[in-house]
Design a protein around this ligand. Structure first.
Ligand SMILES: [Zn+2]
Length: 132
């Protein structure tokens, strides 16, 4: 049985996050339905029993600061966003995992910001075997 928790998280921009190019590439490499981001958090059985706050990184699309979202400067493609006009700001959310969480539990929430469309995030909990 999988539990699901839904929540909505509003992010105030500008955030303290920073743009990470590798994140952009990974993000654009996802299938077209990239509106849903899936993240996995791995907990030991002890951590699952106690509950935890886990950081989850979510790339939020925003307008490129260099070209203002136009994708070009006067004569050339904008080098910062490679012409896309988009920039991704990596935002770290703190997701509260309640005590006694079960393996396979998932948390779904929607991340909203004033300058980007909402991003749906699903976090799945993996509880590692305590055999070690
Ligand atoms: Zn740009």
């Amino acid at each position: 049985m999988h539990e699901c928790f839904a929540d909505e998280i509003a992010i105030d921009f500008p955030s303290v996050g920073h743009v990470v190019d590798r994140m952009r590439d990974a993000f654009l490499g996802e299938p077209a339905d990239a509106g849903l981001l899936t993240r996995e958090v791995s907990l030991s059985s002890r951590e699952a029993l106690d509950g935890r706050v886990v950081p989850v990184e979510v790339p939020i699309r925003t307008a490129c600061a260099t070209c203002g979202g136009r994708g070009e400067t006067w004569t050339e493609r904008c080098p910062s966003c490679r012409g896309s006009g988009d920039a991704l700001v990596c935002h770290t959310l703190r997701v509260t995992v309640p005590p006694g969480v079960a393996h396979g539990a998932c948390f779904r929430f929607r991340v909203t910001s004033p300058h980007a469309s909402a991003v749906r995030v699903e976090v799945r909990v993996v509880v590692r075997s305590s055999a070690a």
